[in-house]
Design a protein around this ligand. Structure first.
Ligand code: A3P
Length: 345
């Protein structure tokens, strides 16, 4: 009898203990995400009319869980209707530059509770076949969000593709455009490294960077090489300026985003008229990766995939010098147009 009572007591204690530990864990997780759950200040009207001034708490709580499920296509129509979720066209686009840090920028902005990212590169405006499918096709590619949130997508090919500025202008002439740039020679080498890795994966051989970047006939920089052309930022930007005023662009320093991401993100928050919500808490340096990683709350954090932050091959210093000299006047023009100066050599 006594033994039976003791067993019952142990069972009760076990249940109570489990409940207490569960509640404690829940509380710890909530406290970790409190910063993200603060109601937001009003978002500037430039993003269109808002029926309410702040994102409901519910929206933020659901952002990581429910929205993720919806993105995966696991939501029922009823759930979507119930939570008033919509697929919105982007209010801001990261248009490039390839290898500038576009993924890091998108993922880091997605830390903001008012931002919802399109995870995949959609390639709507640069791909004729996709573009022919129409704007509704594009909108349906967007993640579910609350009406107060803004959707951001990134497709770095937009920056260098001739037809894109006009097409984006036709969709939304007041859209905000983000361009993340790195020192042009480093960006070109990063671009090359990505292509090289693709070739190696297919067991193919590839030229050395020096051979592609320098024209063997003239010994000058090979301006036909795409990795070089992409780094002539001013040429591409000038095409965009035929459609959009410079105020609609924000230039992000991709080199600084690597070493000191927070101030760069704060500038973007300002440009997007978002209340400052991304904090140092959200970004931690991971020594193993050698990069900053993202912390959403006490339980959820992540680093970018291994394909971001590749080791670059060593490049002949005379080629680097030649490239830097080549980019120099274009860089000056770029500083002049954008009003943002970088310490590029
Ligand atoms: P490297 O691979 O040359 O180092 P994109 O996303 O536009 O392809 O840019 C890739 C680059 O983002 C990487 O180039 C890397 O340096 C940079 N980057 C910036 N912040 C990063 C981060 N937190 N984690 C990983 N890579 C980051």
């Amino acid at each position: 009898m006594l033994f039976k009572q003791q067993a019952l007591l142990r069972q009760k204690l076990f249940v109570l203990g489990s409940l207490a530990i569960g509640s404690l864990l829940y509380l710890v997780a909530r406290v970790g995400s409190l910063d993200r759950l603060q109601p937001l200040c009003p978002i500037d009207g430039r993003f269109g009319p808002h029926s309410q001034d702040e994102i409901p708490l519910q929206a933020l709580q659901f952002k990581r869980g429910l929205l993720h499920e919806f993105r995966k296509g696991n939501a029922t129509k009823e759930q979507i209707r119930l939570h008033n979720l919509v697929q919105q066209l982007p209010k801001a686009i990261i248009i490039g530059v390839r290898k500038g840090g576009t993924r890091a920028l998108l993922e880091m902005l997605n830390l903001h509770p008012a931002v919802v990212k399109a995870s995949q590169e959609i390639h709507f405006f640069d791909n004729d076949e996709n573009y022919a499918k129409g704007i509704e096709w594009y909108r349906k590619k967007m993640p579910f969000s609350y009406p107060h949130q803004i959707t951001i997508e990134k497709s770095p090919a937009y920056f260098i593709t001739e037809e894109v500025p006009e097409r984006i202008y036709k969709m939304n002439s007041s859209i905000k455009l983000l361009i993340i740039v790195r020192e042009p020679t480093t960006r070109a080498i990063s671009d090359y490294t990505q292509v090289l890795e693709g070739k190696e994966r297919k067991n193919k051989t590839y030229y050395k960077f020096e051979k592609l970047a320098i024209d063997p006939n003239t010994c000058e920089v090979n301006t036909k090489y795409k990795a070089v052309r992409t780094s002539i930022y001013t040429k591409h930007l000038e095409r965009w300026l035929k459609y959009f005023p410079i105020e609609q662009f924000h230039i992000v320093d991709g080199d600084r985003l690597i070493t000191e991401p927070l101030p760069e993100l704060q500038l973007v928050e300002k440009f997007l008229n978002l209340p400052p919500r991304i904090s140092q808490y959200n970004l931690y340096f991971n020594a193993t990766r050698g990069f900053y990683c993202l912390r959403f709350n006490i339980v959820f954090n992540k680093c970018l995939a291994g394909s971001k932050g590749r080791i670059h091959p060593e490049v002949d210093t005379s080629v680097i010098t030649k490239l830097r000299k080549f980019f120099h006047p274009f860089n000056q023009k770029f500083y002049q147009i954008t009003g943002r100066t970088f310490n590029w050599p």
